[in-house]
Design a protein around this ligand. Structure first.
Ligand SMILES: NC(=O)C1=CN([C@@H]2O[C@H](COP(=O)(O)OP(=O)(O)OC[C@H]3O[C@@H](n4cnc5c(N)ncnc54)[C@H](O)[C@@H]3O)[C@@H](O)[C@H]2O)C=CC1
Ligand SMILES: NCC(=O)COP(=O)(O)O
Length: 321
């Protein structure tokens, strides 16, 4: 069976449309279905190229490996590269909804998302913290986990898009247990790791320094690790986050669980920005994404590196296959 992968083209003022419009579909072992505004995508191709021949997606036809086609969703208002417009927030969410529905009804075997701009969607009056949370809500998923991956490192997060001041209260034993179970199960299911080895970071400096620099490490994180380890899960921690990203530790791990967004992602992006990908674990559908944002300042210049989008598509195909 030839796989069909939906690709949402993201914030129209960002680099998503041009990265999608210039994809070389022949590189992929699947049919790629772009979801977005055809005129916008045509305008963002490199000079001399045109998207006028891009076939319209036809769900009734059989998927064809290496074909790029488009499932049209029209912009609400014309978009200019680099200039955000809240009037197009509804359009962005419609592209996501189209992909989610298509994955749920098996029209698509996976979805890959180009970057959206979280603030402009909120500016339009629509509460939105990220794809991860949006997809969880739309698919009624009880537990999802954000995991970014680059060759040599996977970093999962116990909390996602939360203000730093709200992180400690969100690290409860129940939440942590659910996150670890989800991470463990999906590393087995999607990455074929029989007995995943997970390093768990502490929350506080030096993992609390024996309670002198915070209590959560010893009173919340450690008991959960001990409980799940007793069930046979291979977990180590809580480890001081400042030293766990060193080669001796990383050589012995399949994934690192960090307590919050900026504890883990700067390390991952320092190591792999441009080829890293973002995977949402725990969903009933497969979703991968790029490691970068909308990069408004280079949108429309064709200087954006497609490496992460290409890697995200390959990963989605591998997971779906
Ligand atoms: N998957 C998603 O939808 C994501 C969305 N975002 C959103 O993107 C917006 C902007 O975020 P920033 O923090 O500025 O991060 P950013 O990733 O858009 O930009 C950071 C820096 O990297 C450069 N850059 C990013 N992607 C590039 C590419 N493919 N090729 C070459 N250079 C590239 C940019 O020009 C900038 O200098 C925010 O609203 C954020 O929430 C951020 C990360 C992921
Ligand atoms: N830093 C990763 C990021 O913000 C992407 O989040 P999401 O939109 O994939 O939930």
């Amino acid at each position: 069976m030839t796989l069909r992968i939906a690709i949402t083209t993201g914030e129209p003022a960002g680099i998503g449309p041009e990265l999608c419009a210039t994809l070389d579909a022949s590189l992929f072992d699947a049919e790629l279905v772009l979801i977005g505004d055809p005129e916008l995508l045509g305008n963002r191709t490199v000079a001399g190229k045109t998207l006028t021949d891009l076939p319209l997606f036809n769900p009734a036809s059989s998927a064809q490996k290496g074909r790029l086609c488009i499932a049209p969703v029209n912009l609400n208002t014309p978009s200019h590269a680099g200039t955000l417009n809240p009037d197009n927030a509804g359009y962005v969410l419609q592209t996501l909804d189209t992909a989610i529905e298509g994955c749920l009804d098996k029209t698509f075997q996976a979805m890959v998302t180009a970057p959206v701009h979280k603030a402009v969607i909120n500016d339009a009056g629509i509460p939105f913290t990220g794809h991860t949370e949006y997809l969880a809500e739309k698919t009624a998923s009880t537990q999802v986990v954000m995991m970014l991956a680059t060759p040599g490192l996977r970093v999962a997060l116990a909390t996602t898009h939360l203000p730093l001041s709200e992180v400690p209260a969100a690290i409860t034993a129940d939440n942590l247990e659910a996150v670890l179970r989800c991470l463990y199960r999906d590393l087995q299911l999607h990455f074929h790791i029989k007995s995943p080895r997970v390093l768990v970071a502490g929350l506080n400096p030096h993992a609390g320094e024996g309670g002198h620099l915070g209590y959560e490490d010893d009173t919340i994180i450690r008991p959960v690790i001990e409980q799940l380890s007793a069930e046979g899960m291979s977990l180590t921690g809580p480890l001081p986050a400042d030293t766990l990203f060193t080669p001796p530790w990383l050589a012995k791990t399949d994934a690192v669980l960090c307590m919050y967004h900026d504890q883990g992602l700067p390390v991952l992006k320092h190591m792999g920005f441009g080829q890293a990908i973002n995977i949402t674990l725990g969903l009933p559908v497969i979703r991968t994404s790029v490691d970068h944002g909308t990069a408004l300042e280079i949108a429309g210049t064709h200087r954006a590196d497609p490496g992460s989008l290409v890697a995200a598509i390959h990963c989605a195909i591998e997971m779906a296959g």
